[in-house]
Design a protein around this ligand. Structure first.
Ligand SMILES: Nc1ncnc2c1ncn2[C@@H]1O[C@H](COP(=O)(O)OP(=O)(O)OP(=O)(O)O)[C@@H](O)[C@H]1O
Ligand SMILES: [Mg+2]
Length: 250
């Protein structure tokens, strides 16, 4: 596989059972607080250039994208913002299992439809969380890269950002597949998820390079699993960073 896959650890837990929604399970706990901090800091980044469409990506798979994306979306909804959470990871979708809803139709149904005008409301589902709507991936197509590159996706994003305060996408990793870069530059901003002890420095640097090449606005990074080193047995932890000290190896 890729040059950077040496330490990558494929974890199918989220795909099978959904992401852990700590912001709902333990809203007053320290991890939920960390997700709120991430949400607040991203909000601050939007003062001059408003952020209405946002994604979290990572260098490789299984670095915590879905967990971070879903929990930050909930943190946003808990701030009384109207949020649409979209599963645009067409290779390893998880949103339907996280919220236990049908995936019979979703993003891919919209992107492959022959209809000229589409009613997004017909495809969006309630998440069960106040202010949070979800759009699952839909059936997985043989050509995800083409779909994520399409003008139809751009038109769809333009339409939904008028209907919601913020649109948050769960997307594929950057190094494993080519879909991600094209999608990223359609968004107002992207946050890189880096998994402590798993993401190689070189892989993280390459991911930043690719985002810059595609002229994506990088909002910062989430350092995932920060508790793992010193805190045996307690793996969850998230930190939010600006600048790229860690990533650029100054
Ligand atoms: N901070 C953390 N501490 C411990 N486990 C974590 C942490 N963050 C994520 N995980 C676990 O790591 C696994 C991968 O997380 P997740 O599915 O969110 O990553 P992903 O990047 O979306 O993966 P994929 O590339 O498959 O979409 C899951 O089992 C999740 O519960
Ligand atoms: Mg995922």
């Amino acid at each position: 596989m890729s040059l950077f896959s040496r330490h990558s650890k494929v974890d199918n837990e989220t795909r099978l059972h959904g992401a852990k929604l700590i912001t709902l399970a333990e809203p007053k706990g320290p991890i939920a607080e960390q997700f709120r901090t991430i949400q607040t800091n991203i909000g601050f980044m939007g003062i001059d250039h408003p952020i209405k469409t946002l994604a979290f990506t990572s260098a490789n798979i299984s670095e915590g994208k879905s967990t971070v994306t879903d929990n930050v979306a909930i943190a946003w909804a808990q701030m009384d913002k109207r949020v649409l959470l979209i599963d645009a990871d067409l290779r390893r979708p998880t949103l339907y299992s996280t919220f236990n809803v049908s995936n019979r139709q979703g993003l891919t149904s919209i992107l492959t439809s022959n209809e000229n005008s589409i009613n997004v409301e017909d495809f969006v589902q309630a998440s069960g969380v106040d202010n949070l709507d979800i759009l699952t991936s839909g059936p997985i197509p043989p050509n995800p890269a083409q779909l994520l590159n399409s003008n139809r996706l751009q038109a769809f994003i333009d339409a939904v950002e008028r209907q919601y305060d913020i649109v948050i996408l769960d997307v594929p990793p950057l190094l494993a597949v080519s879909d991600t870069q094209a999608l990223m530059r359609k968004l107002d901003g992207v946050v890189l998820v880096v998994k402590n002890g798993q993401t190689e420095k070189l892989a993280a640097k390459r991911a930043v390079e690719l985002l810059r090449l595609s002229k994506t606005r990088i909002l910062g990074y989430v350092m995932n699993d920060v508790g793992r080193d010193g805190d045996a047995g307690y793996g969850y932890g998230y930190g939010y960073g600006y600048g790229y000290g860690y990533l650029e190896d100054k």
